[in-house]
Design a binder for this molecule. Structure first.
Ligand SMILES: [Zn+2]
Ligand SMILES: [Zn+2]
Length: 321
């Protein structure tokens, strides 16, 4: 009863992960998002006498938002994934270490032993840290593109896009197959990139980390990561909009406007969207309608899990002429 998969252990994990800074959903990062939103609001209204909160920031305290059927489904999926992380997802999750060793072994087999390039430790650390993030972004972009363009995968990804209102809980609004797929891309990309740089520079190679997480990702989590699912419109524009996937970039990604379909597929950066032509730079001020037009709302957890798989399977059956 008190094993790692016991109800008590699962409940404890649900609470403790809010306090774990190596998890993106840590309370400190959620609060960091609020602080970031308020700081941007103050910056925009500098010099003005009255300080009315942004409409979307006011919405964060709205009953209409938190009691919306869409938010209730987000909460159910949050709890559902929280339990499955403990009892099942480990079976399908490759570890970052495994991919690191694999990449190193592959390079040694193909190109010979490590050249052990001599470079200052600081430079090696910086290159590895940035390289890991660029690899993660690339893997995320490719998988996200596939989830939009392959009809069977889109049926699964629709679950995420069907959110009609967004709170940070919407991050968890994913079909389990998608949840596992993106988790594996994260470990593959960060572990694989680490392995490549360790082969190039030698075994002492280390990315800069905080709480055992790449420091650039920690910076992202602690600032605007959770605002991507919030309705708070903070737009990176100009050259910054080509580098950074701001909250407004992601809200455009969720838009029902056909001009926005299949755009802004990045995670923290928009560099690969820029490179592959899927970038839509957000307007300074705008409001987008969220959701998937023509898709009836999911009627609870079971419907959310089963309907996408049935619809996805139907796309795989060849149509008779
Ligand atoms: Zn998407
Ligand atoms: Zn989203």
């Amino acid at each position: 009863m008190f094993g790692s998969n016991s109800p008590i252990a699962i409940a404890a994990y649900q609470v403790l992960r809010f306090l774990n800074p190596s998890e993106s959903y840590c309370l400190v990062y959620l609060m960091g998002g609020m602080v970031f939103a308020v700081a941007v609001m103050l910056w925009r209204r500098r010099g003005r006498r009255t300080l009315k909160p942004e409409p979307m920031l006011r919405l964060l305290g709205s009953r209409k938002l938190w009691l919306h059927d869409s938010t209730k489904l987000d909460l159910k999926l949050y709890l559902f994934h929280g339990v499955l992380i403990m009892v099942a997802y480990g079976l399908f999750q490759g570890s970052s270490e495994l991919w690191r060793t694999g990449a190193g072994s592959l390079l040694s087999a193909a190109l010979g032993p490590s050249p052990q390039i001599a470079a200052p430790r600081l430079l090696v650390g910086a290159v590895t840290t940035l390289g890991q993030v660029l690899a993660l972004e690339f893997g995320y972009w490719v998988l996200h593109y596939a989830f939009h363009k392959v009809p069977a995968l889109w049926e699964l990804h629709k679950v995420h896009h069907s959110a009609e209102v967004m709170t940070p809980l919407t991050e968890w609004r994913q079909h389990p197959i998608e949840f596992v797929a993106f988790g594996n891309v994260l470990t593959l990309a960060t572990g694989g990139a680490y392995g490549v740089f360790a082969w190039l520079f030698g075994p002492g190679t280390q990315p800069f980390t905080l709480f055992q997480v790449n420091i650039l990702l920690v910076l992202h989590f602690a600032t605007f990561h959770h605002l991507r699912h919030s309705g708070v419109w903070i737009a990176a524009r100009g050259w910054l909009g080509r580098l950074v996937h701001s909250p407004a970039h992601h809200q455009i990604h969720h838009s029902t406007d056909p001009r926005h379909f299949d755009s802004n597929l990045g995670y923290a950066l928009s560099v690969w969207d820029w490179a592959f032509g899927t970038l839509v730079i957000p307007e300074r001020r705008a409001r987008v309608k969220l959701g998937v037009e023509g898709e009836p709302p999911y009627r609870g957890l079971l419907d959310t899990l089963v309907r996408p798989m049935a619809a996805g399977a139907r796309t795989l059956i060849p149509r008779s002429t």
